[in-house]
Write a new protein. Sequence first.
Length: 176
Amino acid sequence: MEFQAGKSRVVIKEGDIVREETEAIVNAANETLLGGGGVDGAIHRVGGPQILEECKKIGGCKTGNAVITSGGRLRARYVIHTVGPVFRGGGRGEPELLASCYRRSLEVASTQGIKSLAFPSISTGAYNYPIEKASRIAIKTVVDCLGNHPEIQEVRFVLFSSKDFAVYQDAVKELK
Ligand code: ADP
């Protein structure tokens, strides 16, 4: 599924983000940047030790913020590491922090001159954010922010299961 957001293309697909050939892929990291499970584990496993070396030098990342490293042995040239909120009911700033992850990732990409990037579903794994809510925040924030970054040509959402893919497709239909 794909649609236009201003001058940019938004693609929603099912897949494994480590295989994406966008210039950057986004990692759902934790504040230490020292590696974890889920998508973070997959990115470090496939990308190799260079990414972790760069993460150690950066020294950490606050929830809602994003930092960039090289992509190591990944197809993508860069990894943008963002830290999603742990979901604790939704009344502790989680929606704003999750939106900030997508916004800051696009800002970091734009600063680096990156024209295509792929997002996983941030916070909806180990961090327990209900994907029905998170998907709507993800798509709305990216569509809104792309207005500020017309130089970004393509943003992909890469969902790891057919169920997650279906939820994101519903979210797009609802926002249109
Ligand atoms: P968080 O801690 O932010 O919740 P997780 O990595 O636990 O991060 O999960 C975030 C989402 O990433 C989940 O929907 C999970 O299914 C998905 N995921 C896990 N591995 C991959 C992968 N290789 N490619 C794309 N998405 C993935």
